[in-house]
Design a protein around this ligand. Sequence first.
Ligand code: TYR
Length: 283
Amino acid sequence: MKLNNISIIGLGLIGGSLAKAFRQENKAFKIFAVDNCSEALKLAEADGVIDMGFNECCSEIWNSDIIFICTPIRKTMQFISQLADNVKDDCIITDVASTKHEICNYVDGLKNPPIFIGGHPMAGTEKSGYLNTFSHLFQNAYYVLTPSKTASKAALGTLEALLTGIGAIPIIVSPEKHDIVAGCISHVPHIIASALVTLAKNENDSELIKLLAAGGFRDITRIASSNPTMWENVVLSNSPVIVELLDKFKKIIDETADNISSFNNSEIYNFFDKAKSFRDSFS
Ligand code: TYR
């Protein structure tokens, strides 16, 4: 399917970066955006990144060939149901949310489900908002796709080609598997980063802590600076998976604390050594 009009709902870090990437890849696309922040829309129009911005969905959006919903998860589901009732029959709707199971279930449960392909770019930073967007965010980034039953091979191929065009690497994963893996490598790490910052904050020497915090602490806690609304939505959307992972994590911490309090040198060494081997094996 030839794409002429692309709409992006939510012109934050991911939506804005997608718009910039699509614009750079193909100047002929008409790109429309919806955001409640008029400032972001004005900036994107002035940059030539979008053709027109709107504060709410309207005919330009309903008539798009493909729509990317790039909002926090609860809003994503609200937009899906609003779009489902209004878009043209062959419009592809996709999202960029960090969880997939709840959203895909939601779409399957709609009376009139649209052509929906769940999406999750494994890319981003701790920053948010249009001012922090950049066109090469998706270069060499894996981009998970979870096609729903309504998505034909042709629709999937159209989205894959669009994503490949901006340098991303599409990969199809089931929503359930996606949420377990994302829970492990993204959702729980965000919780732990915030927990580490909370631990440091609760100590008496918080000024000295800020002064002395160097490489390691800064690396492991960078993502604690992420958008709280987004992460509140993410962890509640993947609640059972995250609770189970946190239980396993607490067990690892408890065992490590036991080994430290009993001066169990070999177990402490093994803990670090096994983690190092696995981490070193990442490409
Ligand atoms: N946490 C990532 C980082 O800052 C960005 C990110 C956030 C990626 C959410 C994916 C995601 O679902 O490096």
